[in-house]
Design a protein around this ligand. Structure first.
Ligand code: FES
Ligand code: FES
Length: 173
């Protein structure tokens, strides 16, 4: 056992663990962050994904001692009580079915939009390839990523987002 320092969602933690422990176990069991999930444990499904300095990484196959940099888990996606545009789009498009895979879907999508704010359908498919959904929600995931990209660009231009327009329309009816 030894002390490992982790920076997670803007907070520094010191944990006393075997440094070879998979990061996923430490996040869930020592820090109580249940966003990242155990699926395959082999780096093949993506449900354990976290961001490290903005890059999507599979925490089930990463030693805790390798986790240098700022770690973002699903719990860290919303900021100051505001949902990330992807989380809002996931709600608007009613994406999840059982929901098990969506930690990985959301974080992988966040990494995509951070490096490519307006991805094409083909670019989305390529970036999301390998983040598995046994409920086959792939078309809704693609629609939600497109929606989040549009809403982020609209917000940057000071235009109302689709969610805002829908709320205004609903209130008027
Ligand atoms: S649980 Fe990590 S990739 Fe499947
Ligand atoms: S929504 Fe069930 S595994 Fe993706």
């Amino acid at each position: 056992m030894s002390i490992v320092t982790l920076n997670v969602n803007g907070t520094t933690h010191e944990v006393d663990v075997d440094p070879s422990t998979p990061l996923l176990y430490v996040l869930r069991n020592d820090l109580g962050l249940k966003g990242p999930r155990f699926g395959c444990g082999l780096g093949q499904c993506g449900t354990c994904t976290v961001l490290i300095d903005g890059v999507a990484m599979r925490s089930c196959v990463m030693r805790t001692s390798q986790a240098r940099g700022e770690i973002t888990t699903l719990e860290g996606l919303s900021k100051n009580g505001n949902l990330d545009p992807l989380q809002q789009a996931w709600i608007d498009e009613q994406v999840p079915q059982c929901g098990f895979c969506h930690n990985g879907q959301l974080l992988n999508a966040r990494a995509l939009l951070d490096r490519n704010p307006d991805p094409s359908d083909a670019e989305i498919r390529e970036a999301m390839d390998g983040t598995l959904c046994r409920c086959m929600t792939y078309y809704r995931i693609q629609a939600a990523i497109k929606r989040a990209a549009r809403s982020t660009m609209a917000a940057a231009q000071g235009s109302p987002t689709e969610s805002t327009e829908a709320q205004v329309k609903g209130a008027a009816e």
